[in-house]
Design a protein. Structure first.
Lengths: 402, 256
């Protein structure tokens, strides 16, 4: 085996047929380019969805009320009105690994100030709310546990409320009337924008949950309980323990609540894009195979066409291994060259798609490395048969070939 | 001095299907160093088979072939390839140069397949030297299709010479050339032979065989005649005659 000499021979052979070499590599260029572009676009979409899910808060386990049935009519999830602040306190007290709990109430109501009005959602929450939802108070302060205990008439408002009710002036310290009850604005939440489902998250007024229940809406039950786990891997345990605890607190009754964990939601949302990425990648992968077959096809034609050349080489001293290695190297150089150009093409075209359509793209290093190795493997696999065929030729027959 | 080539009762039988073809039926032959032999014979006479055996491209069915005192009759495929590379040089009727490859790279080819690795610089120097011998050093960067037939055959001769073989084997080297170019190419062979290189060629042209020193005639797989050439032609003289004939022809033409 003469690897150095054979490499020179293979490169010279490719250079002799520049046009054919480029055309052969084209299949590989397009195949690899398509894979890289598709995977990049898919990854971009996935990261966007993941970002949207993360904006809902970090490591959240949520408790929703169950369904309420009366006389055979079933109310659907959330109709049961059975979650109480005591449930929330019990969770905080008894389950380890819980960082924060917010008993949440949600009601729609009109708010008034400065002669302006706006219909919005009033959230009753605990002071942990900003931490749970990863949502900072950008101006002023959040209310405190003391405010919760005394059911203070204080509110933290979203940016949309600030814009609509207090245009041109700072809302901090001003009075906002909710159901005719004056609340003092003590803080403004940072802008969060629209969520994954198209709701304006900044269209919100946050008050202590006790104030919401006792002063505003005269309710005894909660809409949701938000629980924040210390770490991601504790979420499933906390979900299970919360279920057990609440079940125990409702001794003997049917479960009237559901406990969801954010990972499930994230899972559902990202699985779609993951499926899409896999699908696009698979389609692009088919073109890779086609590119590989193209290389094999050309190499086979080339072996026939170059029979005389092979005969000359054998006559002047080439071993069958030299011929095999030469054709294998030619196939590999073609496919690796195609792979490299394809990676460039894929990156360029995904950036182009991003620039034109505004889609987020994420070129993954793994995809690039895998595509490169795969194209090398394609060269070996599809180059082997033609190379073997060339090496088997008889020098006398090959020299006589017309 | 032991002969370079010793063939002892060589037989070659091709078994194609049910029919057996007895192409060579017991040829024994000694070739001394410095000989210049033409093998002649009609097609089907077995001369090509004899040539392929001499060239270690094919193995005899029976008999012994000693090349340079080495028994090459039962070497395997790759061992024979090394023998061809190191001890034999081939010149073909159809030149068989690699297309779209410069004369220099064509001549370098046998060195790329040498058992010992040869540096790029040495390859280039030896290839240029070989091209110099055939008088084409200044055309080293030409591609085959930029060269005349005679020049292409000279590049092929340079390629055959580059590994300093024991024998130069030429299979109808003038078959694709016109008569004047044939004489030129025979001139190259004569010059090489004068420098001590052993040459064996196959030809069916009697006048070309007259440039050699010894003629073998093969018929039905046996050597029927083996004789030294008496009135040997010399390329330089023949070219001179041609030239004069041309001048005379031109003068006669001009007078009319």
């Amino acid at each position: 085996m003469r690897p150095v000499a054979t490499t020179i021979i293979a490169l010279r052979a490719l250079r002799r047929n520049k046009m054919r070499s480029v055309l052969t590599a084209l299949g590989m260029i397009i195949g690899v380019g398509a894979v890289i572009a598709m995977v990049s676009i898919g990854n971009g979409a996935k990261s966007q969805v993941e970002g949207a899910i993360a904006s809902l808060g970090q490591n959240i386990v949520s408790v929703f009320p169950g369904s309420f049935s009366t006389g055979g009519a079933r109310g659907g999830w959330g109709s049961a009105n059975t979650l109480t602040p005591e449930d929330a306190l019990a969770i905080q007290r008894e389950i380890s690994g819980v960082v924060a709990v917010s008993p949440e109430t949600r009601n729609r109501s009109q708010v008034l100030a400065n002669g302006l009005n706006w219909n919005t959602t009033i959230y009753g929450e605990s002071p942990d709310f900003p931490s749970i939802r990863s949502w900072d108070v950008s101006e002023g302060t959040m209310f405190t546990d003391a405010d919760v205990r005394s059911a203070s008439k204080v509110a933290v408002i979203g940016q949309t409320i600030a814009d609509q009710i207090f245009p041109g002036s700072s809302p901090i310290g001003q009075t906002l009337r909710i159901r005719n009850i004056p609340f003092k604005v003590i803080g403004i939440l940072a802008t969060k924008g629209f969520n994954y489902f198209g709701t304006d998250q900044d269209d919100a007024v946050i008050v202590p949950y006790t104030s919401s229940m006792r002063r505003l809406f005269r309710r005894t039950t909660l809409s949701t309980i938000l629980i924040q786990a210390a770490t991601k891997d504790q979420m499933f345990r906390i979900q299970q323990e919360t279920t057990d605890l609440l079940q125990q607190r409702r001794a003997g009754r049917d479960p009237d609540f559901t406990v969801r964990n954010q990972l499930e939601l994230a899972e559902a949302a990202t699985s779609t894009t993951r499926t899409m990425t896999a699908l696009l990648g698979a389609i692009a992968g088919v073109s890779l195979i086609v590119g590989g077959i193209g290389i094999m096809n050309i190499m086979l034609v080339s072996v026939t066409e170059r029979t005389r050349e092979i005969g000359i080489r054998l006559a002047i001293g080439a071993h069958d291994r030299d011929i095999r290695l030469q054709f294998l190297l030619e196939a590999m150089v073609l496919s690796l060259m195609g792979g490299t150009l394809g990676i460039l093409l894929g990156i360029i075209s995904s950036q182009l798609v991003s620039a034109i359509n505004g889609w987020p793209v994420l070129v993954s290093t793994t995809a690039v490395i895998v595509a490169f190795l795969f194209s090398g493997a394609v060269g070996i696999i599809f180059g082997f048969y033609p190379a073997h065929k060339a090496a088997q030729l008889d020098p006398i027959e090959a020299l006589r070939f017309e | 001095m032991t002969p370079v080539v010793q063939l002892q009762d060589i037989h070659k039988i091709y078994a194609t299907g049910e029919v057996q073809v007895h192409a060579v039926r017991g040829i024994s032959l000694d070739i001394q160093k410095g000989e210049f032999i033409a093998i002649m014979g009609a097609s089907g006479s077995g001369k090509s088979t004899l040539m392929n055996t001499l060239g270690c491209l094919d193995r005899p069915t029976s008999g012994r072939y000693l090349l340079d005192d080495i028994d090459v009759s039962d070497l395997d495929r790759n061992e024979r390839a090394d023998i061809r590379n190191q001890k034999l040089g081939f010149v073909f009727q159809g030149f068989n140069l690699l297309a779209r490859t410069s004369a220099l790279e064509n001549v370098e080819l046998p060195m790329l397949y040498a058992p010992r690795r040869i540096s790029a610089q040495e390859m280039r120097e030896r290839a240029m030297h070989a091209l110099g011998i055939v008088g084409l050093a200044d055309r080293h960067d030409h591609l085959p299709n930029q060269l005349s037939g005679g020049q292409q055959q000279r590049v092929a001769i340079a390629r055959a010479l580059v590994n300093q073989p024991q024998i130069l084997l030429a299979d109808e080297p003038t078959g694709n050339l016109d008569s004047k170019t044939s004489i030129e190419v025979m001139g190259v062979f004569q010059k090489l032979n004068d420098e001590g290189i052993t040459i064996v060629m196959v030809t069916h042209e009697l006048d070309i065989a007259h440039y050699c020193k010894r003629n073998l005639i093969v018929r039905d797989g046996v050597v029927v005649r083996d004789e030294l050439v008496k009135d040997r032609l010399v390329s330089a003289q023949e070219l001179m005659k041609l030239q004069q004939a041309e001048i005379v022809a031109k003068l006669t033409h001009a007078r009319q």
